[in-house]
Design a protein around this ligand. Structure first.
Ligand SMILES: [Zn+2]
Length: 73
């Protein structure tokens, strides 16, 4: 049963959008939490700036989205 729950969470994370605000141009874009979880870098579609998603700030932000999705246990 636990396996099924984890699969459902993965599917859920693919449907939840997180907002990314570019530190260079302030442009906003949406990516799924699942995408953020599996990528280390994000290229801003507006100015091309690359955001490092491996920083503690980003990890904490992504984790907070995951916690919000999995907080029903
Ligand atoms: Zn930008």
């Amino acid at each position: 049963m636990r396996q099924n729950v984890n699969m459902e969470i993965d599917i859920l994370l693919e449907t939840v959008k997180a907002k990314i605000v570019c530190s260079q141009c302030g442009g906003e874009s949406d990516q799924t939490v699942g995408w953020l979880k599996s990528h280390d870098l994000f290229d801003c579609p507006t100015c091309g700036e690359t955001a490092d998603l491996t920083t503690p700030e980003w990890k904490a932000k992504v984790q907070s989205y995951i916690d919000a999705c999995t907080g029903f246990d």
